[in-house]
Design a protein around this ligand. Sequence first.
Ligand code: NAP
Length: 475
Amino acid sequence: MPQQYKTLIDGQWVETGQVLDVLNKYTGEVIATVPLADLAVTHEAIAAAARAFETYKKVPSHARSSMLEAVADQLWQRADQLAEIISLETGKALKFSLNEVQRSSETFKFAAEEAKRIHGETVPMDASRFGENRFGYWVREPVGVIGAITPFNFPLNLVAHKVAPALAAGNTVVLKPASTTPLSALMLGELLMTAGLPRGALNIVVGAGAVVGDAMVTHPVCRKITFTGSPAVGEQIIKKAGIKKVTLELGNNSATLIEPDADLAKAAERCVVSAFANAGQVCISLQRIYVHRDCAEAFTKRFVDKVNALKVGDPLDPACDVGPMIDRQEVQRIDAWVREAVAQGAVVATGGRAEGRMYRPTVLTQVTESMKVMCLETFAPVVSIVVYDDFEAALARINASDFGLQAGVYTNDIRKAMQAVNTLEVGGVMINDTPTFRLDHFPYGGNKRSGLGREGVRFAMEDMTTIKMVVINHN
Ligand code: NAP
């Protein structure tokens, strides 16, 4: 029997009358039902968050910090249970789900620490000839109700990246997790309530993005929207939000460049994980590998051998490397993109076929920049290898993208590393690593169509607060 979940509105676990089925992404079976929110439930959640804000904003930071710390501990202690839920609802291999829960625990821990560090500065008023005899300082205040909208691919840690900094800074939240993966978000809600979160400070609405998400985006009481998801939806949100803060964490067609002086064994090993973890459904998944002609053959052989050794199948198998994609439509989409690339001249070095809900880890060579697998976000277990002769020209090819989230460069030449750092138009450059590297406290976010603003707990909190300037005239 599928497990029947309730949802969290105004501190109560409630049903809404309608339910949404949640599938096991490997078998296709219904594993749970969750209450489906409509417009009325969403407005109720926003109103509850607005009421709660009036008291929650006065909770002292040491108390907010302790509560977040307790959640961090619980996440760590219940990691196995939560990892299994993530694997079931996303299809993510268990070892990567476990890593996601442990990172979520760290995200809450960072938020617990940052909660105690929200402060402003004094302003040297007499620096202006008009400012003598005045004392000035600024403080940070929470913005109020935050609407958080999250994608399917990290259903716990990307929720944590919004909920933890929002609550740390004294805001209240209405959370809309992805409809395909709401279970770990509901479990997190339970941990927060157990840790003593006041009623209404977090409300969870599960429902269609175009209804529930849109209602949050356009509601005047939501003072900030924090969104992670596709560029197409991000673009709609920014157009509709009106005058409110908006953070957008969107997609990428991430690239890594490999110079002949790099450690090829290390590079090949990292590139395989970076391209295929979570079946390539990661915003910073490695999609384009630019490898210098002098090491192209050696690198490609190592890389393809490692790809062929990946274990594809049941995500709950502890040895599994690559599980299913989120749904069959996504498998069909990427299969069509690969076929199109092959028709245009690409060569399949390995993979290139669907197996039910899974897509075989695929390596393409002989690609061109205009193929969909290169210039759009694949968001699938498909990576392309491009051979280059000139370092500067290869950097220019990485930059010739609509996206700009993160990029990687493998080289042991410090001048080339610095040239890449100074040239690449991205939010993060990883030297001797792939674009897939992320820690939860560093500033993270993209340029161009990859988004607006930065996350990483402290940076998210800056954007979840507003500055108040105070001037005291003591003349
Ligand atoms: P998505 O289709 O854009 O959905 C993301 C969220 O937006 C879901 O909760 C979705 O609800 C909701 N939504 C859909 N339409 C909406 C609308 N009109 N108004 C408001 N909300 C709406 O993205 P996805 O397929 O779940 O995730 C994949 C994308 O996320 C990729 O492009 C990936 O690169 C990006 N991503 C970026 C980062 C980053 O940090 N930069 C991290 C992870 C993923 P439903 O589920 O109900 O449709």
